[in-house]
Design a binder for this molecule. Structure first.
Ligand SMILES: [Zn+2]
Length: 352
């Protein structure tokens, strides 16, 4: 469309790349829907998938990617393979506020006038980013989790981002709504948990679910890693998984990882995984009163079951917050008591 030389590059027609899912390109996943992975250097996730939905008025993008040079170049290349450019982007539906999803949508939205939509639940976190209080809040949550050393590193690691990364969206999504994507209509479904304002987008006619980080095929999404924290992020997340389980089974189009055949199958695995982790937390609490980081130290981490002490500082932070989310859910379920002393939350198993 915008390519000056009029040359068109052939688009791969395989259902997916046939290579590692992070291989660059615009991979056709369904009629008029393309997966464009953008690299995330220095990040264990390897890449973030942006999905481009073709329409007569241009492209609707699900997620924008991280506004780093390599990410921007990969998106430009991917669109070029579709004979399109940034000027053909009509709108972004961003699944959540995390920088690997929101920032490039914010930047390009400002540059080309594409509409940016984001869940209303992210407003508090975006405010905190604007007031530069987000990192402090995360540091305070880490301190509550008993991860004092990690909290100190966190407060001193705050980097100043370009303000164009964090523009306000043009549209705040509220509740479950139907939104246009060219000639299609998508169901925007609020799925809090990974973050408070997370959304998934369903194309019911095509049998597709753009799942963001709510349902990932090979890893479990982090829980409650956000500037403005929900009371029970894991409780929210599991309720949102149950909500998505109640929708028809669809092809899973995740933000990280390969396209997978069944949203139901993966949701069932994720729910079972968290019940297992909750059981492990209960077992660890049999040793007596403990903080989140004490318990995190006794649990295996990642698919490869690494010890907490072998994780890097960022992942130790995620692990501490994740453990806290599990312990808070056990409190909500009436199995565990909590007491905050000197800014640190202590958990104790209640008699059954
Ligand atoms: Zn992500």
């Amino acid at each position: 469309m915008t390519q000056p030389n009029g040359q068109s590059t052939a688009v791969a027609v395989s259902p997916d790349s046939g290579e590692h899912w992070s291989a660059p390109g615009a991979w056709r996943v369904a009629e008029g829907v393309y997966r464009i992975p953008l690299p995330l250097p220095m990040d264990g996730l390897k890449a973030v998938n942006v999905y481009a939905i073709e329409g007569e008025d241009g492209y609707t993008l699900i997620d924008g990617g991280w506004a780093i040079t390599e990410g921007r170049a990969a998106l430009e290349q991917g669109l070029k393979q579709l004979d399109a450019g940034f000027g053909d982007i009509k709108r972004f539906y961003v699944t959540h506020i995390h920088r690997d999803h929101y920032t490039l949508a914010s930047v390009l939205g400002g540059e080309v006038g594409a509409q940016v939509a984001l869940g209303e639940g992210e407003r508090a976190s975006l405010d905190m980013i604007h007031h530069r209080t987000g990192d402090n809040t995360i540091a305070r949550s880490l301190a509550q989790a008993g991860a004092t050393a990690i909290a100190e590193q966190w407060s001193s690691s705050g980097q100043s981002d370009d303000p164009t990364f964090w523009r306000l969206p043009d549209v705040w999504l509220e509740g479950d709504v139907r939104v246009p994507a060219g000639e299609r209509t998508l169901d925007a479904v609020h799925t809090p948990g990974h973050t408070r304002g997370h959304y998934v987008f369903a194309d019911a006619d095509a049998g597709l679910l753009f799942a963001g980080d709510h349902v990932l095929p090979t890893i479990t999404p982090s829980i409650g890693f956000e500037s403005s924290m929900a009371v029970s992020p894991l409780g929210d997340f599991m309720a949102s998984l149950t909500k998505v389980r109640g929708l028809p089974d669809r092809t899973l189009l995740p933000a990280h990882g390969p396209v997978s055949p069944s949203t139901h199958a993966r949701v069932d695995q994720l729910l079972a995984h968290h019940e297992e982790r909750l059981d492990l937390c209960v077992a660890a609490l049999r040793g007596g009163e403990a903080t989140s980081v004490d318990i995190a130290g006794q649990l295996p981490w990642t698919r490869h079951e690494h010890a907490f002490s072998t994780l890097d500082f960022f992942n130790q932070g995620l692990a501490a917050m994740e453990t806290k989310a599990h312990l808070e859910l056990l409190v909500a379920r009436g199995q565990v008591s909590r007491e905050e002393r000197d800014g640190i939350v202590h958990f104790e198993l209640l008699p059954a």
